[in-house]
Design a protein around this ligand. Sequence first.
Ligand code: HEC
Length: 100
Amino acid sequence: MKLVLVLLAALAPGIAFSAGDPETGKAKSATCAACHGPAGISANPEWPNLAGQKEAYLVSQLMAFRSGERNNALMSPMAANLSDDDIAHLAAYFSSLGNQ
Ligand code: HEC
């Protein structure tokens, strides 16, 4: 899996994308659980599930919230202070979860 991510990063030089570690992501996900659920399944119909989502998509959306390209009153402040590493780890964690 890590090798795939490294290859992906090499093939997509426009996207800053480093291989994330799910365990580190899990440790950083406590605040996310308030809205997205402890296992990445949200209890609110207006808040998206993250469990099992594609890792690269999670990275790109967190970067879009951070940059302001994607804007949401609840979510944008959550992404504002994430580092590239935080984003990589969180994306690795949520994508590693089952989505059922
Ligand atoms: C206060 C509630 C709240 C918290 C806390 C929160 N989010 Fe969100 N998040 C949202 C909402 C609401 C959306 C949907 C925004 C929209 O409609 O554009 C969202 C969207 C997302 C998306 C895009 C999902 C998609 O399918 O496009 C990602 C990725 C995400 N959040 C990750 C996180 C991570 C990682 C954390 C923890 C650092 C976090 N969120 C914390 C409310 C929250």
